[in-house]
Design a protein around this ligand. Structure first.
Ligand code: NAP
Length: 324
């Protein structure tokens, strides 16, 4: 009887991209066109914010705007066309491979390990929780972080939107399609959102703003019935009745899986230079998970292109195939 020989060969990618938002998919398009052997690991538990954006109207070339789901679908199709492989897996860790030499990175998912010469972190960010009483308990029972997903459940109802940034403004405007009234509660006396969104909020008859106020508690036993709000100037507490609470108070980067490998800032964003290089050779970062002052689809795409270009240079240097 012949013993079956265990296959110890290790299949190595040139680049593994983690995340299938605009930055990761752009990196995939560029890396595949550069003929790098490219694998994109698409998270199972988090999805790109662009995916749940009803209408993206500041991405050049779409004067009427484009639905986020449709846009991501097009990006994906383009990356596949040029040869990117896709696998739906959450990444647990990245570390230097113990296999042969340390120029290879090991990417561990649930039951499997992938090897790659370079890695691009494009894992994005998710919406931050407000952290008040009732928020967790009433999640899915009136509390939501996605108007596109849940807005239709609030037809002719009263809803509250918390936050003053672009997301709060955009989502509040989306909710005007369904809800009877939208009360935006913001902790300052002016909005952070871009001015065109402010104009639309101010001119929409369904939207109302409660300024200088914070939500302390979401009220209701089995479903949302209201919010308890403190007016920071008047130092007065009031209850506002509503059927839904949509929370958009900023982002938390999806970077915990790399916190021991590369440098992050105090908020958890990856520190990367203008070429998207992180603190470790061969690891690049792009898009919303990266420390930056502007988080837009168009800037994420630019980041992705840079990350793929830098990864290509890195891989070519190691393989001795760089064009000099
Ligand atoms: P953001 O810009 O960080 O805004 C978060 C908002 O929530 C701010 O107004 C902030 O108040 C408020 N906030 C934070 N913590 C709070 C708390 N504990 N209680 C009450 N309010 C709180 O986040 P975002 O709106 O989700 O946007 C994230 C990024 O994506 C931004 O770069 C944004 O420009 C971008 N984005 C762009 C578009 C677009 O271009 N159309 C759409 C969506 C998002 P303060 O203002 O007082 O800090």
């Amino acid at each position: 009887m012949t013993k079956s020989k265990k296959d110890t060969s290790v299949f190595i990618y040139d680049v593994i991209i983690i995340g299938a938002g605009p930055s990761g998919l752009t990196a995939a398009i560029y890396a595949s066109r550069a003929r790098l052997k490219t694998l994109l690991l698409e998270g199972l538990s988090v999805s790109s914010q662009a995916l749940v954006t009803d209408k993206i109207e500041n991405y050049p070339g779409f004067p009427e705007g484009i639905n986020g789901f449709e846009m991501i679908g097009k990006f994906k199709k383009q990356a596949k066309l040029f040869g990117t492989e896709f696998v739906a897996e959450d990444v647990n860790t990245i570390h230097p491979s113990k296999w042969q030499d340390t120029n290879i990175w090991q990417v561990d998912v649930k039951d499997k390990t992938y090897h790659s010469i370079s890695v691009i972190i494009a894992s994005g960010a998710q919406f931050r929780a407000l952290g008040v009483e009732g928020e967790k308990r009433l999640l899915g029972r009136g509390v939501s972080y996605c108007a596109v997903c849940d807005g239709a459940f609030f037809k002719d109802k009263n809803v509250v939107v918390v936050g003053g940034g672009d997301t709060a403004a955009e989502e509040a405007l989306f909710l005007t399609r369904f809800a009877k009234k939208i009360t935006l509660i913001h902790r300052r006396d002016r909005l952070r959102a871009t001015r065109i969104l402010q104009e639309r909020i101010f001119s929409n008859k369904k939207t109302d703003i409660v300024w200088n106020s914070v939500v302390n508690e979401i009220l209701g036993e089995t479903k949302v019935q209201g919010v308890r709000v403190t007016d920071l100037k008047a130092k007065k507490e009031t209850d506002i009745s509503c059927d839904g609470v949509f929370i958009f108070v900023g982002l938390v980067p999806n970077t915990s899986f790399v916190k021991d490998i590369i440098k992050l800032d105090k908020d958890g964003y990856v520190i990367a230079d203008s070429k998207m290089k992180t603190s470790r050779d061969g690891i690049f970062a792009c898009g919303d998970c990266r420390q930056t002052i502007l988080r837009q689809v168009v800037t994420a795409c630019g980041d992705g292109a840079f990350a793929a270009f830098s990864a290509q240079q890195y891989v070519d240097e190691l393989k001795g195939t760089a064009y000099k």
